[in-house]
Design a protein around this ligand. Structure first.
Ligand code: CA
Length: 456
């Protein structure tokens, strides 16, 4: 595995001439994440690639046109003229690193090209953000071992963790069209769920939940003709985001056996808009920590460099604001704090395992890590865990309670990486509000045949 080296782009003493980037909690000059944006009223125009710096977005195609970028960085910026970043992700690590290096120089306080670069900035308040890539395939893993154990205990108190868990990264194929960018609106899904009578009902879910996950954006496969070894799997990762895998627990409980998640998961997935690169996260790598009694990974998942520095140390937070809190101008309340250090498998192991059978991961594919819970109740990554399977209501400051989500609730995920001597960086928000079910055709017509002319 090649961990990107620390270089001048990580120097905490360098500041940008973009004033809002000074000590920005998420987007100082040491971060420089990639995204897709369009400007204000350009509703008919497709988006293009940009880089977040402070409260501004740097327009990559415009910067490419003014002659300040060279070599592979210029190639990368030109690839970002498309309304998705798939072409840029397909270039692989070297052009992305070179783009970061040149952008760092151009955005630094002492750049001689300040005026020309400033002309390529848009206030983020003036732009609309889009999904950064066209997602060919979306896979959701289950690499949060504390979540797997806690949820397993709700269903199987005697053996919460199935015996395969410490050997094989568990996952399922999700649905790429369910993925939308923050800020998102999530309609409460309808579905089948069990009743005591044995005859299922079909109704809006009453157990709407969240899952706090790390998203992994796939870039170029360095050797498409081969099954990529674990030693090169990290090179196939183009970056990271936050991912909320919305889940309907009552629908899930009825449908999940024997083939796993289906409609309980495929109605909505929200991601944060910025791709935080492996280079930006280089200072926040950490060694893998496995309990001593657990088996060592099989050889195809074991790489000394990955074991030494393949983990990530990013702090995560779930916030809730109810409709009543919004009306009362109250700020969000923190439901949980966790960390990516609780993932049992490294991102490189997830990639290596996924591709091990011979399938091709493609630029723009998205992997979810699985719910990242910590070992104690204050660090759970889902309401299912926080509320003890819906039995222990969460008390909110204004006197409200929640087990699962109600219409009008707004959920925000945040991620931040901090370490002494290093500039802190963040991921930005992954935010969505819950609303009622989508109208169906039969909602609008007397004696309608349901669905045939479904609205919404
Ligand atoms: Ca999940």
């Amino acid at each position: 595995m090649s961990t990107p080296p620390l270089d001048e782009t990580h120097d905490p003493d360098v500041h940008s001439f973009v004033r809002s980037a000074h000590h920005h909690p998420d987007f100082p000059i040491q971060n420089l994440p990639l995204g897709v944006f369009s400007v204000g009223d350009e509703l008919s125009s497709a988006g293009r690639g940009g880089v977040r710096i402070g409260d501004d977005v740097l327009d990559l195609p415009r910067l490419a046109s003014v002659g300040l970028l060279t070599g592979s960085a210029l190639r990368a910026a030109r690839a970002a003229s498309a309304p998705t970043l798939n072409d840029l992700l397909a270039l692989g690590p070297e052009p992305r690193r070179e783009l970061r290096r040149q952008l760092h120089g151009l955005l630094a306080q002492d750049t001689p090209d300040r005026l020309a670069v400033a002309d390529c900035l848009h206030p983020v308040a003036d732009v609309q953000l889009a999904l950064p890539a066209t997602i060919g395939d979306f896979t959701d893993f289950y690499a949060g071992i504390h979540h797997a154990r806690a949820v397993g205990a709700l269903f199987r108190p005697d053996h919460p963790l199935l015996p395969n868990y410490t050997w094989v990264p568990i996952g399922y194929h999700g649905r790429s069209s369910s993925v939308a960018v923050s800020p998102d609106v999530v309609h409460r899904p309808r579905g089948q769920m069990a009743t005591p009578s044995g005859i299922p009902t079909y109704a809006p879910t009453q157990r709407l939940d969240i899952e706090l996950e790390l998203g992994i954006w796939i870039g170029a496969n360095p050797a498409p003709e081969q099954v990529p070894p674990i030693s090169s799997a990290a090179d196939q990762i183009a970056g990271y985001c936050l991912l909320n895998d919305w889940s309907a627990r009552d629908i899930q409980a009825w449908e999940y056996q024997p083939l796993g998640p289906f409609l309980a998961k495929s109605f909505a997935t929200t991601v944060s808009p910025w791709i935080v690169t492996p280079e930006a996260l280089a200072p926040y790598r950490r060694p893998v920590e496995r309990p001593v009694d657990d088996p060592a990974p099989l050889p195809y998942l074991r790489d000394p460099a990955d074991q030494a520095a393949g983990g990530l140390d990013v702090q995560l937070e779930i916030l809730l604001r109810t409709a009543a809190m919004l009306r009362a101008h109250e700020s969000s309340v923190t439901l949980s704090r966790s960390s990516t250090r609780h993932l049992y498998w490294t991102p490189a192991q997830l990639v290596a395992h996924h591709a091990s059978g011979g399938l091709q991961l493609r630029p723009g594919d998205l992997l979810g890590s699985g719910t990242i819970s910590g070992p104690d109740p204050g660090s759970a990554g889902s309401l299912l865990e926080i509320s003890g399977g819906g039995t222990v209501p969460i008390q909110l400051p204004g006197g409200e309670t929640r087990t699962f989500l109600e219409d009008g609730d707004e959920i925000t995920l945040r991620a931040r990486a901090t370490r002494p001597g290093v500039a802190p960086i963040g991921f930005g928000e992954c935010r969505a509000v819950v609303v009622g079910p989508r109208p169906t055709g039969s909602d609008h017509r007397d004696g309608g045949h349901g669905g045939a002319t479904a609205g919404g």
